[in-house]
Design a protein around this ligand. Structure first.
Ligand code: GLN
Length: 302
């Protein structure tokens, strides 16, 4: 694994400097763009790393995966009455489909979908953001994981678009709690800071039929795990999901903080981090690194 990571790192590092960090909130715009790290966690729990793999960064939309898993644990199949499982083909924060489709978001990984999931978790947990924080701490075996208040507050200040989609869903009867309260939980989740090592460990149950070696817990059943991986493969990269399937061929989830987690079912989970994004909002180096990975291991879920 280590020599594979070293090879990928060497291959991709010349691209450092391309792309643009997310600037839709000031707290993210100030992140140092010249960072690049990768961590792999295999199904025996071995970790391999290269570059800035231990640097905590804003997990942003990668939180949607863990948020969804928490909701699946509580709601099971009922969850799919409130959110669909189709790719959207549109940017992560688009509002247009939501009106046509009566306030039922296309999937849990676009913002509207993640907001409905957050609404469900809000109804279930006394303190949804602490439930989420403790969940990722358990999965990563790292009790120091915390959310960055600055980022969460900054997102809340610039919440108009997310608030608009939540209110639209409320108008359609697909939102139970106070919008502003749910937004606070959602932004807190996005503002959690984790390293590539934390995220590779946290996502490892997805490669291991739902079992987390770190937490020593069955997180999802094997069939729920397959379903989450299918959703990640079809919708985890927003409107670049098709290209990701074509180039990389793995279930994956990106965040505007520059992280991407991907899963090689039955073998390992991987997290790549580099803050500069391509025009679709996915880490430019992260895409390149994962493309190189699947080329080297000569493997794809397809
Ligand atoms: N917190 C971000 C938002 O709601 C998450 C977006 C992302 O990572 N794609 O806009």
């Amino acid at each position: 694994m280590q020599s594979l990571l070293d090879k990928i790192y060497k291959e991709v590092i010349p691209m450092l400097g391309r792309g643009k960090v997310a600037d839709y909130i000031p707290a993210l715009a100030s992140v140092e763009s010249q960072q690049f790290g990768i961590a792999i966690c295999d199904n025996d729990g071995n970790i391999s790393t290269v570059g800035d793999a231990h640097v905590p960064f804003s997990i942003q939309s990668i939180s949607k995966v863990f948020n969804l898993v928490l909701a699946i644990n509580h709601y099971g199949e009922d969850l799919w009455h409130r959110v669909s499982c189709e790719p959207s083909g549109l940017p992560f924060n688009s509002l247009v489909q939501l009106e046509y489709e009566n306030g039922v978001p296309r999937n849990p990984f676009i913002n509207a979908g993640a907001l409905v999931i957050s609404d469900m978790n809000q109804s279930r947990f006394a303190s949804p953001h602490l439930a989420m924080r403790d969940f990722v701490r358990r999965l990563s075996e790292n009790d120091e994981i915390i959310a960055n208040r600055n980022v969460a507050d900054s997102e809340f200040e610039y919440r108009a678009r997310n608030a608009a989609s939540a209110y639209l869903m409320k108008a359609f009867g697909n939102f139970e709690n106070e919008v502003e309260e749910v937004l606070h939980s959602y932004f807190y989740n996005c503002a959690l800071e984790m390293s590539c090592v934390d995220l590779a460990k946290a996502g490892s149950f997805l490669a291991n039929r739902g079992y987390s070696k770190g937490a020593e817990e069955q997180i999802l059943t094997p069939s729920q795990t397959s379903q989450v991986n299918a959703l990640l493969a079809t919708s985890g990269m927003y409107n670049e999901a098709g290209n990701f399937a074509f180039q990389v061929g793995l279930p994956g989830k990106s965040g505007v903080g520059g992280g991407i987690i991907a899963v090689v079912p039955g073998r390992f989970s991987i997290c790549v981090f580099s803050p500069a994004l391509n025009p679709m909002g996915n880490s430019l180096m992260g895409m390149a690194a994962l493309t190189s990975l699947t080329k080297h291991i000569n493997w794809s879920v397809y």
